[in-house]
Design a protein around this ligand. Structure first.
Ligand code: FAD
Ligand code: SF4
Length: 585
């Protein structure tokens, strides 16, 4: 194995978290190397307007996503089953290549509620003991501490929206339940279309307070604080699951790379996969990483600081492959790495019109209107049998012709009647969706598969996951609330779509995988401390939604980004002055 010259910082993975961390630490004067297993990608070369909306290529042939011929994960619903490899992505679509999943994300840019960060203490104080088997816990960081970092991400991306709580004052037209914001969104909300206007009208009839969805699809020309220029979104609809050819969706490419790539103290190495984190004889200090290139050459890359930015699934696996921390064992409750794997709970009601055109092809990844009355602890859960909740929204994210086929109740699932129903309803239907939280349970976890290996001979990650009693009760509740709104939207009929069976890894749900390297208040309950620093190896930090102890009822990336800015600030202001644990165990 070839030993390479040392660097100050090695970042593993180069999506949103890698790019933010690289920008922050190069600003502090450090020599930063990012190692990304996928290829270089950029707007003009990889998703120009001419080829960005190629549905067959990017979505159906999965060219935008992680190659699961080389590395995938195995899946089972519970420990009595044998996990089998996911040979084709379905339920979630991990990114690969420069920009990671942030290239093909939607851009729905939510902040978590203040109480989401204290799920254990807040819910226990209000409702008493939590259900048996539920393992939620507090983050160890508060909304107020993260607020300035949320604000930085809003400004980096040029998020469009309407504040509902400005410095503690509730503002008409925004989300009245959100935590206090220090500033209004940098840009105005997206233009609402027919479907959103129907949703807003229906929600108001129910006494709810609808507001425009926070969007990283730009609503006007914008220059971000780094000087990167973004263009207004054209509502092309090839956004969710696609790269933007229009410089209109915030991503690492559009917001950070134009500045970062020019810095002499930053190096990016692509098409190299990190295989392990190396440590010294004490086991308490990371010495760097090992990685392999496409020709099979292996390298040892020494570094003073190792920062995992490889998405929750890869971050947890790298910790396990490197023997850092004890892998969680659901049978005994021992170990922490892989614990509290969570996901997201979705429900929907589809609305069909006779003579009203919803024209869903005029869409964008984050074009929508939402209500937040049924999210988090915004309502009284007494007697409901679950904690947490979700937002209910009408998004017009796409009407991609191969993917979009809403059909009314009773339509056959194939054949000429199905085709006729798809054609009849293509331009005249819409969906009200619920996007719900996922509370941690002792049974859902990640570990290493005992049988299956990747292309380099290393064990695959194994996911054991099913919806929990809390998820099912929440899904039924949210589905009923979404249906209430859908029924008032003036359509001919409403079809309720409730995912009630076991979790199925094939239909797309969300790429909001969380947990596995959770944060917390002590080494006994978490893998990383409140600054995302490993308790076991203080010069190792872990970014991404893997640190969420449980998932909230929102999309994760703004919180992922805020936590990255927060951790970077702690490294710059505390760790570099006094390298060592930032929290005493
Ligand atoms: C279709 C879709 C829609 C989404 N929409 C939204 C949304 O609307 N709102 C929202 O908040 N979030 C959304 N997300 C989620 C969002 O994309 C992620 O939260 C975000 O990209 C996570 O950033 P990250 O840096 O943690 O990981 P990533 O962006 O996934 O980057 C990780 C990088 O690490 C690399 N890597 C992994 N393992 C290794 C290794 N061993 N060696 C080297 N490199 C490695 C990967 O190739 C990848 O490029 C969406 C995701 C998808 C797929
Ligand atoms: S909808 Fe807007 S932001 Fe999304 S890909 Fe199209 S132009 Fe870009």
């Amino acid at each position: 194995m070839k030993k390479l010259p040392p660097v100050d910082v090695v970042l593993v993975g180069f999506g949103w978290t890698g790019a933010i961390m690289a920008q922050e630490l190069t600003d502090a004067g450090l020599q930063v190397l990012a190692i990304e297993r996928g290829a270089w990608r950029d707007t003009p070369t990889h998703f120009p307007p001419t080829t960005a909306p190629d549905e067959l290529r990017w979505y159906w042939r999965k060219e935008m996503f992680q190659s699961n011929a080389r590395d995938t994960l195995t899946f089972r619903n519970n420990r009595d089953q044998v996990a089998r490899p996911m040979r084709r992505w379905g339920s979630f679509l991990p990114g690969e290549g420069v920009g990671g999943g942030g290239v093909h994300w939607n851009g729905q840019t939510w902040r978590f509620l203040p109480s989401d960060f204290a799920a254990q203490s807040h819910n226990t104080a209000r409702y008493g003991a939590l259900p048996e088997g539920m393992t939620v816990q507090d983050y160890g960081v508060t909304y107020d501490e993260l607020e300035p970092h949320y604000d930085r991400f809003d400004k980096l991306c040029g998020i469009g929206g309407k504040a509902g709580n400005l410095r503690g004052e509730i503002v008409e037209g925004g989300n009245p339940f959100e935590g206090p914001r220090s500033a209004e969104y940098p840009n105005p909300p997206m233009h609402m279309t027919f479907s959103q206007n129907q949703f807003i009208h229906a929600a108001r009839q129910l006494g709810l307070k609808p507001f425009p969805g926070p969007s990283a699809n730009l609503t006007r020309p914008y220059v971000n604080p780094l000087g990167a220029q973004l263009a207004p979104c054209s509502y092309c609809g090839f956004c969710e699951k696609y790269g933007c050819g229009n410089y209109s969706k915030a991503s690492a490419q559009t917001t950070i790379l134009p500045v970062l790539m020019r810095k002499p103290n930053f190096t990016l190495k692509v098409q190299n996969e990190v295989l392990s984190i190396t440590r010294d004889n004490t086991g308490r200090r990371a010495t760097g990483v090992t990685h392999i290139d496409l020709d099979g050459n292996r390298y040892e890359q020494p570094a003073e600081l190792v920062i995992l930015c490889a998405y929750p699934l890869s971050n947890a696996r790298l910790m396990m492959l490197s023997g850092i921390g004890e892998v969680y064992n659901p049978a005994t409750g021992e170990g922490l790495v892989g614990k509290n794997y969570c996901y997201q709970v979705m429900a929907a009601a589809q609305v069909f019109y006779d003579d009203k055109f919803t024209n869903g092809f005029v869409g964008a990844g984050a074009l929508g209107a939402a209500v937040d009355e049924y999210n988090g602890d915004n309502f009284d859960h007494t007697g409901l049998g679950f904690i947490g909740g979700g937002y209910i929204a009408n998004w017009t994210t796409n009407a991609r012709p191969i993917e979009t086929h809403r059909t009314p109740e009773g339509t056959p699932t194939w054949g000429s009647q199905w085709k006729a129903a798809v054609a009849d309803n293509f331009l005249t239907s819409t969906t009200v969706g619920a996007h719900g939280a996922s509370m941690a349970y002792a049974t859902n976890a990640l570990d290493l598969d005992p049988t299956y290996k990747d292309a380099y001979g290393q064990p695959l990650l194994r996911m054991t996951y099913d919806f929990t009693p809390n998820d099912r009760a929440m899904a039924r509740f949210l589905s009923a609330r979404a249906t209430d709104i859908a029924r008032l939207m003036g359509g001919r009929e409403v079809k309720v779509v409730l995912r009630d069976g076991p979790y199925d890894s094939m239909p797309y749900q969300t790429t909001h995988n969380t947990g596995g390297t959770i944060m917390g208040t002590t080494p006994a309950n978490s893998v990383v401390n409140r600054y995302l620093q490993s308790w076991d190896v203080p010069n190792l930090f872990v970014m991404g939604a893997g640190v969420f102890p449980q998932n909230a009822g929102y999309n994760p990336t703004a919180t992922v980004a805020a936590l990255t800015f927060w951790a970077a600030a702690a490294i710059r202001s505390q760790y570099l002055r006094n390298p060592g644990p930032l929290v005493q165990a």
